[in-house]
Structure formats: structure tokens, C-alpha cells
Design a binder for this molecule. Structure first.
Ligand code: CTP
Length: 405
């Protein structure tokens, strides 16, 4: 069955980016009805929306009145996405005003609603907008955090519309969970670490590992699509920032540790999907290490890095927070992959451990994964081979189950 998407566009300069979002929906087979506000049409005109969506476009309730569009469009939608959502549109939606087709549609829709705000930083931070966003979130809407960066003029700050490709991914995540899925992470603050740390030997060389960051980014996206406030601590990952997620960039295990410990103070859940290097060179050369004339190789002395997962689990900032670790294991003479996973769960002191069998080296850089989620309560959930997004949702399901306990 074709999925019916309503794309609401309100009057901000980022309206032009909604054209790309619209294309992504139509090219992936969605049926899209574009409902721009009159102000949006000042930025991008009706012919553009009509041509890209293949449908007539209206801003008002007075066109095709016999078809009752102000009720029909919202009632039949599988998801309503408003991108960009201006401060004015958020205010109207929060207060239930209905003076055009888009605001009427928002009142009649019973499907998930996603707002992607874009505005100047001052407007986003104004107490009126904060209150309106809080109201909408509390009613179950997903309000994506704007991205930081260059705004309309020369100034920079928080308020940019996230990358349309990432808004698309987030909405797809909402749709995949179905109309009945609740935004069960709404109001929750979660922290995800992703990628692999680098330990520098000198200004150009480092010890690193093969982590791509794909699993951590999938976890962050999945949490955002379930309504969470997400901080993604990213170590050396070259993937686009997920929509609505605050990304903190780090390089070394020491930096990752500091960022995770700081973010954990207010977190309801922490998922350590990053692969921190366990060792770092004892001394970092400030100049590039030169080859010796006699052909000898330098000896590299290493020292152990802090174990972040063990530290935040044993010395908890918030007793009720759910802490999740990952374990990439290969079975050996001392035990099977699962035996080693159980032992690691106990050693690290976390609540859940996602155990991957990496004997073949297959998971690195792959979009798929296969795992067993072990709980400190004895639970064991097998996740069959599937996408890293599917595994992410199982992990969040297990986290949410523990919130309820
Ligand atoms: N981890 C961490 N800090 C480290 C190393 C690992 O927080 N210095 C976290 C990883 O993010 C992951 C989990 O610990 O969630 C398991 O990582 P793994 O490398 O399998 O653990 P090790 O401690 O290296 O395991 P072992 O004791 O088998 O060496």
C-alpha cells in the first residue's frame, strides 16, 4: 500500500530545501500532498510543488471545498511532516489555531506528526517558542532539534533545517514503526557513542580501529525517530549528522571519556557503541617521527586507556539510567561468544550488553548486523541477521522495557 505523506511547508528561507525532501519521498514511492502556507509560497511557488508532487497544491481551505480538503488531507495521512516549521507555525500548532489548510490539517491528523523547525537562533531560544515546542512534544509530536551552522545572513548558530536526506531518514524511521507505535522515548535524554578513537603517535600517525560508526549512527537516528533528545558522541566518523541529533566530535579515548561522562550526568540511557582504543602511546611526539638511518624501527610503548563503559556503570551519575555496552567477540578456548559476553556484562557492570560474533570480521562497515542482547537481569534476546536500524530498535525496546521497571 502506498504511504501517504503530507508535506507541510511554512514560510522560511529553508522552504527551498523542502523541494529535495519532496523528491526523496516521491522517488521512494510515497504519495505526497504538499500543503504550503501562503508565506511559504513567497519563497517557492505553487508550480514547483505541483510539478514535484504530481498533484494540485493549495494553501487555503476555499479550494475544492466539495472534497472537504481541510479534513480529508489530515485524516488520510500516514505521516505529516512540516519542513521547515517556522516559529509562527509552531505557535499556531501548539495553540490549535486553524486559519489555513496546513493548520487545519494538523488538527485533523491522527498519524505521527514531525516538525523540522528552522529559524534564527533568537527565535528558537525565545521562551515562547520553547514553550510551544514543549507543548507539541508533550502531545506526542516529534520536533526535530535544528542543526547549527550558517543561518540566512552572515550569522551562524542553532536554527538551520537539518539535511533533507536526514529528515527523510528520520521520517522513514517513524513510518517503519507504524502508525500505532508510540514515541516511547519522548521526553528522554539519551547518549550514544559511535566510531573508533585514534591514539596519536605524532602529529600525523595514530593507532586506530575499523569501526565505521554505522551502528552508533543508526542507534542515534532510531532514538530520534522515537522522540528522544539525542547526543551522539562521534569519534572519527565520516557520515552525515542525523537530523535532530546533537553531535559532539572527539578523536581520542580520553576525549571520548570526558564527553561521555559529561553527557551522562543528565542521561536516561547511554549506549556505548563506539570502539575506544584500549591503549595509547605513553608519549606523543610533537614532531613527526623520522626513519632512523640504521634502518631500526622505533619501539612504541603503550599504556592503558580508561574503560569508559565500566567507569560510568560502576560509578553511576544517575542510578535509574540504563547503560548499554557492545561486545565484539570471537569465541576461544576459554568459552563461547555468549559465555564471554556474560562475563563481560558482569565485569563492566552495565545493564545490557549487545554481543556480536565478529569471527569473520563481517560487521565492520556493513549495514547489517546480527547480535544477542544480554541483560544483567538474565534476559537474552536474539536478534537475527538484519539491518543495523532493526538491531537499534530492538536495543531501544529493551532500554524502554527497563525504564518501566
Ligand atoms: N569500551 C569502553 N572503554 C574502553 C574500551 C571499551 O567504554 N576503553 C566499551 C565499548 O564501547 C563497548 C564495550 O566497552 O561498549 C566493550 O568493548 P570491548 O572492546 O569488547 O571491551 P574490552 O574491555 O576491550 O574487552 P576485553 O576485556 O575483552 O579486552
Amino acid at each position: 500500500m502506498t504511504t501517504r505523506v503530507v508535506l507541510g511547508v511554512s514560510g522560511g528561507i529553508a522552504a527551498y530545501k523542502a523541494c529535495e525532501l519532496l523528491r526523496r519521498f516521491t522517488e521512494s514511492g510515497h504519495d505526497v500532498t504538499v500543503v504550503p502556507t501562503a508565506s511559504a509560497l513567497e519563497f517557492v511557488g505553487t508550480p514547483t510543488w505541483a510539478a514535484l508532487s504530481g498533484k494540485p497544491v493549495s494553501s487555503e481551505v476555499w479550494h475544492d471545498v466539495h472534497a472537504v480538503p481541510h479534513v480529508q488531507i489530515g485524516q488520510h495521512a500516514d505521516v505529516v511532516v512540516v519542513a521547515p516549521a517556522t516559529a509562527d507555525l509552531l505557535a499556531k500548532a501548539a495553540h490549535g489555531l486553524a486559519d489555513d489548510l496546513l493548520t487545519n490539517t494538523l488538527l485533523t491528523a491522527r498519524c505521527p506528526v514531525v516538525f523540522a523547525p528552522a529559524m534564527h537562533t533568537e527565535m528558537w531560544e525565545h521562551p515562547a517558542t520553547r514553550a510551544n515546542v514543549a507543548t507539541l512534544r508533550q502531545r506526542g509530536a516529534v520536533v526535530i532539534e535544528p542543526a547549527e551552522g550558517r543561518l540566512t545572513g552572515a550569522d551562524t548558530g542553532k536554527g538551520r533545517l537539518p539535511d533533507p536526506a536526514e529528515i527523510f531518514e528520520l521520517v522513514r524511521g517513524v513510518l517503519d514503526r507504524g502508525a500505532d507505535a508510540s514515541l516511547d522515548l519522548a521526553g528522554r535524554t539519551v547518549v550514544v557513542s559511535a566510531g573508533g578513537t585514534r591514539e596519536y603517535l605524532d602529529p600525523v600517525r595514530f593507532l586506530g580501529n575499523r569501526s565505521s560508526g554505522l551502528q552508533g549512527y543508526a542507534l542515534a537516528r532510531a532514538a530520534a525517530s522515537r522522540g528522544a533528545h539525542v547526543t551522539l558522541i562521534s569519534a572519527n566518523v565520516s557520515l552525515p549528522d542525523p537530523a535532530g541529533v546533537s553531535v559532539v566530535r572527539v578523536e581520542t579515548t580520553a576525549q571520548l571519556r570526558d564527553a561521555v561522562v559529561a553527557a551522562t550526568a543528565t542521561a536516561d540511557a547511554v549506549v556505548m557503541a563506539a570502539a575506544p582504543a584500549d591503549f595509547r602511546p605513553t608519549a606523543v611526539s610533537h614532531a613527526k617521527i623520522k626513519k632512523a638511518a640504521d634502518g631500526s624501527a622505533p619501539a612504541i610503548e603503550l599504556e592503558q586507556n580508561p574503560d569508559i563503559l565500566a567507569e560510568i556503570s560502576h560509578d553511576r551519575a544517575r542510578a535509574e539510567a540504563v547503560i548499554v555496552g557492545f561486545a565484539a567477540e570471537t569465541g576461544d578456548a576459554t568459552g563461547s561468544v555468549l559465555d564471554l559476553g556474560r562475563a563481560k556484562l558482569a565485569r563492566k557492570g552495565c545493564d545490557l550488553l549487545v554481543v556480536n560474533d565478529v569471527s569473520g570480521g563481517a560487521v565492520f562497515g556493513s549495514s547489517d548486523n546480527e547480535a544477542v542482547v544480554l541483560g544483567s537481569d538474565g534476559a537474552s534476546v536474539e536478534v537475527p541477521h538484519g539491518s543495523k536500524t532493526a538491531l537499534s530498535h530492538v536495543i531501544w525496546d529493551e532500554v524502554v522495557r527497563r525504564f518501566a521497571d
